[in-house]
Design a protein around this ligand. Structure first.
Ligand code: TUI
Length: 309
């Protein structure tokens, strides 16, 4: 498959890996890039020295293009915005905010810029100031989410901008890719399917929870606080939602949520950890190598789209 996304990023298949905070590191990102997709190292709120070393490890593990996701709510976002330039990363995706202040310097450094947008308005604004493509991310995604769905957002963004649109949220097989292309996307971003990959370094308990999750096992926390976040339903999400209902004091929220992603990813605590995960987890039933996942995605999409994907 050759289209505007494959030529923009210099990749074989127009499949980007989600920039999952605490999760997407050099092993996963290099596996996705080596399989012909676009691997991404997540900045999250990780320390800069750790991210520098992950970027360098990724360069050792692949000679293919890979990117870095800058989570704009991170206190390290400004520092990371310089690090990607110093390290000559090929592209940047951004999330959880408006990357407007960084676009000019990234473009000057030759870095391709692909922001996640939850709305048509932000997509248009970012196109005007130089974004190379946008990721229209529906609320089916895991982690921090907007309110619009992939089905509704992707075609509206595709109608509103001339730069290529990448669909994200709820895509985990060839049917999801084909549907995204029908909606006007020229690429997809996939996170949850890669959680259940051999190369993903999350704790076994978290991976098993993804595999076991059914269609109804997803929960949204933080809905009324302005920072909605999709996770696998658990004791943690139940306690958090109960606290939200009774408007518990801020220190209670802090005690529960600080470090909760680390508890899921590293400690494998399914009771106290926040297992960020997309709504499509119900369809994912097996851990597979990244190369097999990408082969299956491409075969499935290619068949439906009647093209060599
Ligand atoms: O960013 C994500 N998913 C994430 S980030 C994350 S870590 C986190 N930690 C603490 C607080 C928040 C997040 C876990 N999952 N996805 C991309 C995404 N971006 N979803 C929604 C947005 C978004 C929202 C508003 C992008 C732009 C935006 O702009 C608002 C504005 O300023 O116009």
């Amino acid at each position: 498959m050759e289209n505007r996304i494959t030529s923009l990023l210099g990749i074989k298949h127009p499949i980007l890996q989600g920039g999952m905070a605490w999760i997407a590191e050099s092993t996963l990102a290099s596996a996705v890039s080596n399989a012909g997709g676009a691997g991404i190292i997540a900045g999250g709120s990780a320390p800069i020295d750790y991210l520098r070393s992950e970027i360098r490890k990724c360069k050792e593990l692949t000679d293919k293009p890979f990117g870095v996701n800058v989570m704009l709510m991170s206190p390290n976002a400004a520092e990371l915005s310089d690090l990607v330039i110093e390290e000559g990363v090929s592209f940047v995706t951004t999330g959880a905010g408006n990357p407007g202040q960084y676009i000019e310097k990234w473009k000057k450094a030759g870095i391709k810029v692909i922001p996640v947008v939850p709305s048509v308005a932000l997509a248009k604004r970012l196109e005007r100031i130089g974004a190379d493509a946008v990721i229209a991310e529906g609320t089916e995604s895991g982690g921090h989410i907007g309110q619009n769905t992939t089905m509704c957002l992707v075609p509206q963004v595709a109608d509103a901008v001339t730069i290529p649109v990448i669909a994200a949220g709820g895509i985990a097989d060839g049917r999801g890719i084909a549907a995204s292309f029908m909606l006007g996307a020229e690429g997809v971003q996939i996170g949850t399917r890669f959680l259940a990959s051999e190369e993903c370094k999350i704790h076994e308990n978290y991976k098993n929870a993804v595999i076991k999750a059914k269609d109804t096992d997803s929960a949204i926390t933080g809905f009324y606080s302005g920072s909605p976040c999709r996770c696998i339903k658990s004791k943690y999400t139940k306690v958090l939602q109960d606290m939200e209902k009774r408007a518990a004091p801020p220190e209670d929220f802090e005690a529960l949520t600080v470090g909760s992603l680390r508890k899921a990813v590293q400690d494998g605590s399914t009771d106290e950890g926040s297992m960020l995960c997309g709504l499509i987890a119900g369809m994912i039933n097996e851990v597979k190598p990244v190369s097999v996942i990408i082969e299956e995605l491409c075969a499935g999409a290619g068949k439906l789209l009647n093209t060599d994907f």
